[in-house]
Design a protein around this ligand. Structure first.
Ligand SMILES: [Zn+2]
Length: 177
C-alpha cells in the first residue's frame, strides 16, 4: 500500500502512472484529505497556467531586439526580392531583345531572299513579256493588264521603264510599218 503523502507517490501521480484502482484510491484520498486536496488544486492551477501560457514571456529588451531583427530580416528579404525582380526583369528584357533581334535578323534575311528570288522571277517574266511583245504576238488586254499590274506592284522601277521603252519602240515599229 502506498503512502499518499510520500514524494514517490506524488511523482507517480504527476507522471500519470496510476493504475485504475490506484486512481480510484487517490480520488478517494483527495476527497478525504484537505492537505492533499489543496496541494492538488494548486498543482492543477499551475498546470492550467502553464498550458495557457506555455511560452515564457521574454524580457522587454529581448523582445525589442527580436523585433528589430525581424524588421531587419524583412528589410533584407525585401531588398533581395527587389534585386531578384530587377535581375529577372533585366534578364527577361535581354531575352526579349535577343529574341526580337534574331527574329528581325531572320526576317531581314528572309525578306532579302524573297526580294532576290522575286527579282529573278520578275526578270524572267519581264524578258518573256518583252520578247513576246517585241515579237508582236497577240496578247489579250486582260493578260497585259494583269502583267502590268504585277510588274507595277512588284517592281515599280526599272521594269516599267523597260516596258515603256519597248512599248514606244513597238509603236514606232507599228507606225513605220
Ligand atoms: Zn493526504
Amino acid at each position: 500500500m502506498w503512502d499518499m503523502h510520500s514524494e514517490a507517490w506524488w511523482i507517480k501521480v504527476l507522471d500519470g502512472d496510476l493504475t485504475p484502482p490506484e486512481q480510484a484510491l487517490w480520488e478517494q484520498h483527495l476527497s478525504e484529505c484537505p492537505t492533499c486536496r489543496a496541494e492538488w488544486a494548486a498543482l492543477a492551477q499551475l498546470e492550467m497556467v502553464l498550458r495557457v501560457a506555455p511560452v515564457p514571456v521574454p524580457p522587454a529588451d529581448l523582445a525589442a531586439k527580436t523585433t528589430a531583427r525581424a524588421v531587419l530580416m524583412r528589410r533584407q528579404r525585401r531588398l533581395w526580392m527587389l534585386l531578384g525582380i530587377s535581375f529577372l526583369t533585366v534578364l527577361l528584357g535581354a531575352g526579349v531583345v535577343v529574341a526580337l533581334g534574331t527574329v528581325y535578323w531572320d526576317f531581314n534575311r528572309l525578306l532579302a531572299a524573297m526580294v532576290f528570288s522575286k527579282d529573278m522571277l520578275l526578270q524572267v517574266l519581264m524578258r518573256t513579256l518583252v520578247g513576246l511583245m517585241v515579237a508582236g504576238r497577240s496578247f489579250s488586254p486582260l493578260v497585259l493588264a494583269l502583267a502590268a499590274g504585277l510588274l507595277f506592284l512588284f517592281m515599280p522601277h526599272g521594269v516599267l521603264a523597260t516596258v515603256a521603252v519597248v512599248m514606244v519602240r513597238r509603236q514606232r515599229g507599228v507606225a513605220e510599218a
